[in-house]
Design a protein. Structure first.
Length: 180
């Protein structure tokens, strides 16, 4: 990524599309798939900005509020076979929590299961978990929270103006200490 300004411009356009298309008279499968696809692309853009040191520490430390459900029992959640999320996760005991933005992105990009829901005409949220987390937690994301978190990365104020590095012996490379 040579210059993040152009990534941010595209990210703003994607987020505007997500805001505009959150409501339909009637949700079709195609509309849900298109919305899901855009969310994943936005998550990938944000993760790319994070991994390439194109965002400052303030944006990097953004956390998203969510509800999580603990995995119960020893039976794994699988696509094929018995069980739905209600059978494998403690849906009766939701836990308020939060996740860092990188983990939010990874849940969307690497999702093993995604179940969406709407209220009235608005796409409201999803239950999602990645292949890595399917044995630990299921997460309930609200669409407006996702858009809000991702919007922090579309703003030019999230750009890095100054970096400092230190040598990391284990990695045998320099790593960023501070990004302002």
């Amino acid at each position: 990524m040579i210059e993040s300004t152009y990534w941010r411009q595209e990210l703003r356009a994607e987020l505007a599309w997500l805001k505009k298309h959150r409501k339909y008279r009637r949700w079709s499968e195609r509309q849900l798939v298109l919305y899901e696809r855009r969310l994943m692309l936005v998550a990938f853009q944000v993760r790319s900005l994070l991994e390439r040191l194109k965002v400052n520490d303030c944006a990097r430390n953004v956390r998203m509020p969510l509800i999580r459900y603990k995995k119960i029992g020893s039976n794994p959640f699988t696509f094929v076979g018995e069980g739905f999320p209600e059978d494998r996760f403690d849906m009766e005991n939701p836990e308020p929590s939060d996740l860092g933005v990188l983990e939010v992105c990874n849940q969307l990009i690497h999702y093993y299961w995604m179940q969406t829901w709407s209220e009235g005409k608005a796409f409201k949220g999803m239950l999602v978990f990645s292949d890595y987390m399917r044995h630990k937690w299921a997460y309930e994301f609200w669409i407006e929270d996702l858009i809000s978190v991702f919007s922090a990365f579309a703003d030019n104020s999230s750009a890095v103006g100054e970096l400092s590095f230190s040598w990391n012996e284990k990695k045998q490379d320099y790593v960023a200490r501070h990004a302002h």
